[in-house]
Design a protein around this ligand. Sequence first.
Ligand SMILES: *Cc1c(COP(=O)(O)O)cnc(C)c1O
Length: 409
Amino acid sequence: MAEPLTIEPVPATNSNSAVMATYARQAISFVRGEGSWLFTADGERYLDFGSGVAVNSLGHAHPHLVAALTGQASQLWHTSNIYRSPGQERLAQRLCAASFADRVFFCNSGTEACEGAIKTARRYHYANGNPERWRIITFEGAFHGRTLAALAAAANPKYLEGFGTPADGFDNIPLNDPEALAAAIGPQTAAIMIEPIIGEGGVRVVPAEMLQHLRQLCDEHGLLLIFDEVQTGVGRTGRLFAHEHAGVKPDIMAIAKGIGGGFPLGAFLATEKAASGMIAGTHGSTFGGNPLAMAVGNAVLDVVLTPGFLDEVTRKAARLRQSLAEIKDNSSGLVLEVRGNGLLTGLKLDPGIPAGDFVTAALAEHLLLIGAGDNVVRILPPLNIDEADIVEGAARISRTLAHFGGSSR
Ligand SMILES: *Cc1c(COP(=O)(O)O)cnc(C)c1O
């Protein structure tokens, strides 16, 4: 018989670790989570205002998700995509009923969802007799994940360095440059891809007018519009998908992070027309949409689609926003801006306070935050956080700011 499983607490630092050193990790680890709180092996508790980067959408150990996963775990883990999957059919049907989409492909991560979205756009033009239309217009400061095509799409020199010639097929242009945008559209253009809120790049909200303009351009030129909602999707902004705020529908959308609530799950969604090139044999994934992931994804939707849930997210976000505005006003100019939408919020800090230093200082207040580009600290609490915990987290942010000379009210 197997020995009972004992989990050794991980040493606080990753020096001498056999794990590849690709992350600059904080010197802390957690053994348990409950709601919006995480616990270390010695019982210290931390308020989670990061949700594992917008992943733990319903906090930790949500009873409905735990029941869905453990229930499925005792029935069936994997059967392969060579058989039909009732879990996939159900989750796909529900995602389509709640969105612009007619078809869904399930994968395991955000970057795979972005790759799949890109492939879908290219195959659409190929299947419609325009195989030369395969280039995708993307934007500076974007993040679409770490696979080679996703890196080429975002064109961040820091992430591309040392990995050879970036994959061809992407035209990366500045965000607020209508002339560059007009000039980038050519006879080879297949699609425009953008995050409705640029998350990793500093929680920069793309104005509704710009998203509407992109939709218009796509319609004029026969291009497909791809939204990367890997971070913004599944309730994060108080609507099921962030693009709903702008009243603009994409043709293709990538999601991941929040839909799995902590279980690895991604998907790309498309209209029937945009998905028309994705016929048998064009794409696949061994693990994508496996029964465990489908049980959890369906359970996340059970909660997020409960009538009133998204209104509560909006209400909580307003409460958080009010606290953050007060913190900014009392920060002696150290907080330059409060940004974002819903519970995808960022504080842009004075250049004298590197965002990474702020995140580390917040740990001393037992508060978990996430850094982002543009010297922004991201605040991404679980969507179902208690109002009392929002107030508590805001107080901890205020105390963190005091370390850097800002008043703590
Ligand atoms: C996190 C993220 C990705 C990549 O997701 P992974 O699961 O890490 O591959 C892609 N796009 C956006 C907008 C993201 O926030």
